[in-house]
Each structure stands twice: as structure tokens, then as C-alpha cells.
Design a protein around this ligand. Sequence first.
Ligand code: SAM
Length: 315
Amino acid sequence: MTTSPRFKGSDSLPGARPFLKWAGGKTQLLPAIEARLPRGLADGTVTRYVEPFVGSGAVFFFVNQRFPLEECHLYDINEELVLVYRVVQRDVAGLIERAAALADEYAAAPETEREALFYRVRERFNRERAAIDFAAYGDDWVERATQFLFLNKTCYNGLFRVNARGAFNAPFGKYRNPAISNGPVLEAASRALSNAAIVQGDSAACAEVVDDRTFVYFDPPYRPLNPTSSFTSYAKGGFSDDDQVRLARLFAELDERGAKLMLSNSDPCNHDPGDRFFDDLYGAWTIERVPARRSINCRGDRRGTVAELIVRNYD
Ligand SMILES: C[S@@+](CC[C@H](N)C(=O)[O-])C[C@H]1O[C@@H](n2cnc3c(N)ncnc32)[C@H](O)[C@@H]1O
């Protein structure tokens, strides 16, 4: 394990950190993750970083600026999210310029107008979706990334929620002073992404790039507590128990290759002490329970400290 001085949270990090609010973001779990990183990151035997469920990338940004990695491979199923990453990587100046203009418009508007502005941008974002080619970088990507950033910072809880037709439908968040365009954070993220490949697709695709000099950090969607509490808003389709089993098989396959692997998930024992789902799936490896704050939950009374599972295949 590698340890270095503890820090308070993302604001005290000197450089890159997540530029989006994201459900399940791991910023507050970073000290626990940092204390369990593989030694190979510091001694140079691990040269490649892979994150198959990157989300807002809290662990990626942290690891990539602390250690001398040759390359990083990031994946997420959410095509809007991946589009924004690509724009941050390729045209951060264009994104900052447009986002700053929208942020100024928001700040200058009286409170009632702000809500109307939010719903106008949301409507445009949904209307223009059909015209976007998510597979090929185009002139319209910067504008789309700007809308996404704006909606992410001004909607309720930063929730990325879509309806059955794929339309973004999170409501207005009523924030007084949202950081819609944070130039230094976006620029630092852009620099951190210079050695990264960002792929839209299923996590299983990461198997192509994993070898014995690779560290993989898996942070899949949480397993729902029960069918009605399911937070299925990252993308259509959700992540079922079968998907969790499929992921555990991938973990075993990459373990065979000699890669260093870490996986986190919420602990089902928080709510049902008899639920051994992950203990059974990952019983061959080291499983630890660490305290975490749950930030997004459909029931306010379930916020608070819960245990998070961290699985590792190394000492
Ligand atoms: C718990 S979040 C990751 C949060 C991330 N660690 C962070 O700090 O923000 C899980 C992510 O997995 C993505 N996802 C869901 N199903 C997926 C799949 N089958 N393959 C790849 N990514 C998937 C979601 O879009 C979401 O961004």
C-alpha cells in the first residue's frame, strides 16, 4: 500500500479534480482509496491506469497527477458524459468561453428567470440530441458539452436522469451561486486527460488493454437496496445483479493476467446484515469495509454514514 499525507477533500488538491457533480463520486472516499493503492504506482512497475466506470473521475484525477503513468484508459456507458470528457480534452478553451457566457447570463438573471433559463437549455439539449453524432467529434460537440455542464451544475443534486425515451429530465436545482464554469478546474482536468483514452461503452471493453503492469479501479453502479430504491439514472438499462456477477468474472480474468485490481461498492450489509452478495462474489480476495457518507439517496432519512466495500487482489 502507498501512503502520503492526508488531505481534507478535493478543494485542497493542488490540481485536477472532478469538473462535474456525479452520483457515487468518490472524492470523499479518496483517503481510504489512497491508503490502499498498489505499491507499483510509486515504484514504477505499474505504468497503466484503467477505470471502466469512470463517472466524474475522482480516482483517475487523483492517481494520474500523483504517479508517473504512461497511459490511462477510461470507459463509461454514458455517451453524454464521454462527449464532455472528449471536449475537455480537445477544446477546453472553447468550452470555458461558452460556459462562462452562459454562467454570466445565469448570474445576471433574476431568480425567476434563472429557472426559465434552465428549462430552455434543457429543452434545447433534448431537442438537439437526435442530431448529435456521438461517434465522431464534430463542431456541435462544444455547444453540447456546454449545455451538459450548465445542466449538471444547475439541476437538482447534479443528477443525470433520463426518461424512457432518453430525454434528460432532472428538475431545476435552485442554487444561488452554482460554479457553472470553473476555468482552472477545467484546464487542470484537460491537462490530466492528455495521456488518457476515453471510450464510450460497456466496462467489459477494458479487458483489451489490461496487462500485468496495469492498475484497474472498478466503481460500478451501486446495487439497489430493493427494486423501488433503484437509482438507475446513469443510463438506460441500469446495472443488474447479473451484471455484478459478470463483472466479478472479469475481475477474476484480469487477476489471472497479473493486473492489480481494486473495486468499490456499497455494502448491502448496511441494510441487511445477512446479505453476503459481494462477500460471496469476491471471497477469493481481500474485502474491507470502510465508512462513507452517502450523498445521493432517494430517501433523505437514509443519508448519513454507511459502509463501503473495498476489494483488492494485492497486499
Ligand atoms: C458509481 S459511478 C462511478 C463514479 C466515479 N467513481 C466517480 O468518482 O464519479 C458508476 C458509473 O458507471 C457507469 N456505467 C453504468 N453501467 C455501465 C457499464 N455497463 N459499463 C460502463 N460504465 C457503466 C455510469 O454511467 C456511472 O458513470
